[in-house]
Design a protein around this ligand. Sequence first.
Ligand code: GTP
Ligand code: MG
Length: 252
Amino acid sequence: MTEKELDNEIQASLKKIENSLPAIMPRLSEDMIRDNLMSDEFLDFVKVNMLPIEQMMTFYQCAIMQVETKFKILNEQFSLNLDRNPIESIKSRVKSYESIMRKIRRKKIGLSVEDIEGGIHDIAGVRVVCSYIDDIYLLADCLLQQDDVTLVERKDYIKNPKPSGYRSLHLIVEVPIFLQNEKKSVKVEVQLRTIAMDFWASLEHTLHYKRSEKEFSGSEAEELAAELADCAAEISRLDRRMQQIRDRITEL
Ligand code: GTP
Ligand code: MG
């Protein structure tokens, strides 16, 4: 075989390997993960280290139950005393592992449970939807008056709406949960808004999400954002008018 022929043969073999790599690679990486990462030692490591995280998530779930119950009790009481329910609905969630990880990465938070608890305030989230703006402030005041609720932060996006047009009252509160031998303070983010603000926020959230997925051209997204900001202003006027009409009716 001449040197040239040998060279050609080597080139052809290399090409064959190169072409088959995409098919082999996933299997190779699967084999590598199975053989190296799924060892007993590694699985033990995951188990030991996941336990505090799973425990932390359970605490947040308990804190949500605590805060939800407080709102439900207030709703019952107003229903008895005022003959109306200020709360239209309550929606709660514990932040998903994926969102927690993304926030840890974005805010450069440490990986210990203490760092996560200290750095992320919205792992437990309770959203309270009301019909009228005044009820938002009434419920917030009633919650904050309770002696086991501590206010950590208050952001009033109703009085100071975001540039997007977003409106809601946000409270970060700390509530105690009682465990077998200890009491633990847990943070919960409470968002209070009207039905109309809630309706607006879910549509605007969809735009935000689709925008990050680049499903729109830049100018189309800008146009929709401007249209939504305009709707937010209209919704705000509508909320205030509805409030005034209700006030006049109840004064009768
Ligand atoms: P995060 O790191 O995102 O939690 O920011 P932050 O701690 O400054 O909280 P912020 O008060 O800005 O908002 C917290 C939450 O309010 C978000 O996770 C959303 O649920 C909601 N929110 C805030 N701004 C907007 C907005 O412009 N549109 C919509 N749809 N929701 C918003
Ligand atoms: Mg937040």
